[in-house]
Write a protein that binds this ligand. Structure first.
Ligand code: GP9
Ligand code: MN
Length: 609
């Protein structure tokens, strides 16, 4: 008892922070505890790291200083609160790299206030209790004895090791699947997760330094073993210009969907009639959002699990679409109305081999023609045409739209349909900005026809990533009249992919695929062999439906099974099934993500011809 008494303020602080963290873990984060062992992990796992961090106040000290302990409690509470707010918006945990790209993290700024609830004040209640008991009362600063310090240290170390070892026993891939942050936090606790994440971030520079050509061979061998089957569409757009339209935050559910009797995307719906429409392509982006979709399409590699490769891996060597197409004499350009530095695009486009980036500085941007992030899509496309007409042909040009971005703001005069009437305002506004974007694309096509560029151009239109985050998805389910099931939620992760080749008959493909497959599909249509062009994608015309579409957190969708939140489901019955059925596909998912990460972190493309 004496051992406790001497250090009573610190033990008391440990208990307060521990209880608070456990409560937040159960109420604030959706960690999906499945059984009593999960619950036990969630209760016990935070203790070790809390003790170690608070222990900094005694390890090298002779006296217990409640004020110092209090300061540490404030820091830990700050981390907890920050995590809670971030999680409410992104359903994810903060990583070190994301802290360095906050200026690019769209959306959270304008809505931070909305994320705070009055109940959050309770998070600070224990600080007040500690203050009253130990600081206001000016309680005696106890001497720290070697014995009490030893006891405290032993208990904290015991908890740290116990959590890690038991976690690894329960989930053998806990650390090799560290991109599954939910799994990691559940088993090692929130603060230990942050410490681990800091350690990983610090070790990245070593990956490149120690990489060798033999590391690249493993990836090359794997990719070669995955060769695609031929299709009749090979070369269907040979020699044509390529126009890509990245449709901001556009999810597939808007296609052929009406609100109050009016179509949300009348132009896209009509375009689909004469196009290849892939109705089950999934958003595979991670924290790099738009830039992740660009990264996948240009490199055929998976995005990073934390942060954006555009921000973190600009110095790497890449063999990107512009590089491959420049061998075919294509000129590559990107058109986007935002600042050139957003998502570090200016630097990254250089590495990716673009000849020209038309950014904000190339457009007339005024207050009247802007909304939210910048120039509205209609003037953006209108002003782009003059630049496009002057490009050397054939060209590969990507247009990145902007108006349909969270929080989906639009002036009344730009609303082509009225807002929807669900209980979720974000969703109600979303349909109007998607409808506006649809109109902008329509005018772009009209202008391209007028300028004579249309006939010899292949168009690839894709939704870059979700627009409606988990938090607001109930509004979409309401709009669609669907039940809140894991399958329906998973389906919402699908983004439209429309490939229009003038003169070629349209067809709808309902086989599964991901954004990572877009590059291989483009090359296939252009009649460029995939053989020398390393990528983890497959052309969507012949993609094996049994091969999983892999998401960055390790979950996936395949023809027979899908895997989400640690559970395996039968795709047909949509019922949960034995995890062993998913095991072979989980292996593929782990392997592809690991090989892709090795390439990006080790800069392995520099070793590939
Ligand atoms: C901004 C645009 C939007 O330039 O790419 O970024 P997002 O938040 O969607 O990644
Ligand atoms: Mn985007």
């Amino acid at each position: 008892m004496k051992l406790f008494k001497r250090l009573s303020p610190i033990w008391f602080a440990v208990i307060l922070i521990w209880i608070k963290t456990v409560i937040v873990s159960f109420i604030g984060f959706n960690l999906h505890p499945e059984n009593w062992t999960d619950i036990l992990f969630m209760i016990l796992s935070p203790i070790g790291a809390i003790m170690v961090i608070l222990g900094i106040n005694i390890y090298f000290k002779r006296k217990v200083k409640p004020a110092a302990i209090f300061a540490t409690m404030v820091i830990l509470t700050g981390i907890l609160f920050g995590d809670l707010l971030y999680y409410r918006f992104y359903t994810d945990f903060v990583t070190v790299p994301i802290l360095f790209q906050f200026k690019n993290v769209g959306g959270i700024g304008p809505s931070t206030l909305e994320l705070i609830s009055p109940w959050d004040l309770l998070l600070f209640a224990d600080l007040a209790v500690f203050w009253l008991l130990y600081i206001k009362r000016k309680s005696v600063h106890e001497q720290i004895t070697a014995k009490s310090k030893g006891f405290y240290t032993a208990v904290s170390v015991l908890f740290v090791f116990m959590t890690i070892i038991l976690g690894m026993v329960k989930v053998p891939h806990l650390f090799s699947e560290s991109y599954n942050r939910q799994q990691l936090v559940k088993h090692i606790g929130l603060y230990q997760y942050h410490l681990y994440d800091i350690g990983i971030a610090a070790s990245y520079p070593l990956n490149r330094a120690f990489a060798s050509p033999s590391d690249a061979e493993a990836s090359a061998e794997y990719v070669q073993s995955q060769e695609d089957k031929p299709s009749d569409y090979f070369g269907a757009a040979k020699g044509m210009n390529v126009v890509l339209i990245s449709m901001e935050s556009t999810q597939n559910f808007v296609i052929n969907q009406k609100v109050n009797g009016q179509e949300i995307t009348p132009f896209l719906n009509s375009l689909i009639e004469d196009s290849f429409y892939f109705s089950r392509v999934y958003d595979q982006t991670a924290q790099g959002k738009t830039s992740d979709s660009e990264f996948m399409i240009d490199t055929g590699l998976y995005p990073l699990s934390s942060g954006s490769a555009f921000v973190r891996k600009t110095e790497n060597d890449y063999r990107s679409l512009p590089h491959i197409l420049s061998d075919e004499k294509y000129y590559s350009a990107v058109f986007h109305g935002n600042d050139a530095s957003f998502w570090n695009r200016e630097a990254m486009y250089d590495s990716l081999g673009y000849n020209r980036y038309f950014s904000k500085a190339d457009y007339v941007v005024t207050e009247e023609n802007s909304v939210n992030y910048g120039i509205k899509d209609i003037p953006f496309f209108q002003q782009s045409i003059q630049h496009l007409e002057k490009l050397q042909k054939p060209f590969y040009a990507r247009f990145i739209t902007l108006t349909n971005h969270f929080p989906f703001l639009l002036e009344e005069e730009d609303q082509f349909i009225p807002e929807a009437s669900t209980s979720e305002m974000v969703v109600n506004r979303y349909v109007t900005t998607v409808r506006y974007q649809d109109e902008a694309i329509k005018t772009f096509f009209q202008d391209l026809k007028a300028s004579g560029l249309y006939e010899n151009t292949m168009f690839v239109l894709y939704g870059d990533h979700y627009g409606i985050s988990d938090k607001y998805e109930h509004g979409v389910l309401e709009l669609l009249g669907q039940e809140d099931t894991i399958v329906n939620r998973m389906q919402l992760q699908s983004v439209p992919l429309i490939i229009h080749v003038p003169g070629v008959e349209g067809k709808t493909f309902s086989n599964i695929g991901g954004e990572i497959d877009i590059r291989a599909t483009i090359l296939h249509l252009l009649g460029i062999s995939a053989e020398d062009n390393f990528s983890f994608g497959h052309n969507l015309f012949t993609r094996d439906p049994h091969h999983p579409v892999i998401f960055r957190d390790g979950s996936f969708i395949a023809k027979d099974y899908f895997y989400k939140a640690g559970k395996c489901f039968n795709s047909k019955s949509e019922e949960e099934t034995d995890i062993n059925s998913c095991e072979p596909l989980m292996d593929i998912s782990r392997k592809e993500l690991r090989l892709s990460d090795d390439i990006v972190h080790g800069d392995l493309m520099r070793f590939m011809e």
